[in-house]
Design a protein around this ligand. Structure first.
Ligand code: SD4
Length: 290
């Protein structure tokens, strides 16, 4: 059975998939759907892992990472960019308006201003106070499923059967200045191959980068695995390299050409939110640890 259109995203971001659905239901394309969908969370100051309101690095600066990829394998990304609330839209401009795929730091910010984006202070009072509290101990640790895990990766298939994806984050809270995770790295935090499907990731980015997680998952689907089976194998590969350690979360999410979706994670707790013509559902993903 072919299911389309479909919008699906990491975690419980109903408002984001609802926004994407608005685009898709009227025949809009998957690229516009994923961009507008994730922008909901970039603008949400209560989400402290994405966009405005994101937790800062250890020096108190909010630095954002995002990427976007379309049905023709065009892609764009911004890395470690400050003062711009919608990095996904800057990533789309990089894709559409430059000969490049990635712009980082000051260069990305300069390009954004040239494209008409406004400078904004992204550090909210809440995130600032929490950072000041953190500085008293300066201990870098992640709490599974709680801290640091609200990155939004979104995948969509439109009426034409074309797939696109986007991923956006403020990265790990209190990271080193300049640290970039998996989220803006094509193949790691996001990958689309319109022949096969798409995948995206959330969690401790370092672990996703070293297995090129999202690319791996799309390739596993090419070999015949379902989205869930492919995500499960992606998690297994990571755990294979972490025999002595399981104190971190990773969640993978995938969609195939039929519009089937699936996810898998390290620890119970990762869910994904899906919107189809049957409405909105939040699915719990299977997990490696029980
Ligand atoms: C990162 N993968 O920067 C991101 C963090 C994340 O939910 O997913 N948070 O490593």
């Amino acid at each position: 059975k072919i299911i389309r259109p479909v919008a699906v995203c990491t975690w419980n971001f109903h408002n984001a998939t609802a926004k994407a659905w608005e685009v898709l239901k009227d025949g809009g394309n998957s690229l516009d759907a994923v961009e507008q969908g994730v922008m909901v969370e970039e603008a949400n100051v209560d989400n402290q892992t994405v966009g405005k309101g994101g937790r800062p690095d250890r020096d108190g600066n909010v630095t954002l990472d995002a990427c976007i990829m379309d049905k023709d394998s065009n892609c764009g990304a911004v890395l470690c960019m400050q003062n711009i609330a919608h990095p996904v839209s800057v990533a789309r401009k990089v894709m559409e308006e430059t000969p490049h795929v990635m712009l980082a730091g000051k260069g990305a910010e300069k390009f954004a201003y040239e494209q008409g984006f406004k400078k904004e202070d992204l550090l909210t009072e809440k995130s600032k106070q929490q950072w000041l509290e953190w500085k008293k101990t300066s201990k870098y640790e992640t709490i599974i499923n709680i801290e640091n895990h609200d990155t939004i990766g979104m995948l969509a298939i439109d009426k034409n059967g074309d797939i696109a994806g986007a991923c956006t984050t403020s990265g790990m809270a209190y990271k080193f200045a300049g640290r970039v995770g998996d989220s803006p790295i094509i193949g790691a935090g996001l990958f689309i191959d319109n022949e096969i499907g798409g995948a995206t990731a959330t969690g401790v980015g370092e672990e996703v980068v070293r297995t090129v997680g999202s690319f791996l998952i799309v390739e596993l689907m090419r070999q015949g695995k379902s989205p869930e089976e492919a995500c499960k194998e992606g998690v297994r590969r990571i755990m294979e390299k972490n025999k002595d350690r399981d104190d971190f979360q990773i969640g993978f999410l995938a969609i195939n050409k039929k519009g089937e979706t699936g996810g898998y994670c390290v620890h119970p707790g990762f869910t994904y939110s899906q919107y189809t013509e049957e409405g909105q559902i939040n699915h719990p993903a299977g997990s490696f640890m029980k």
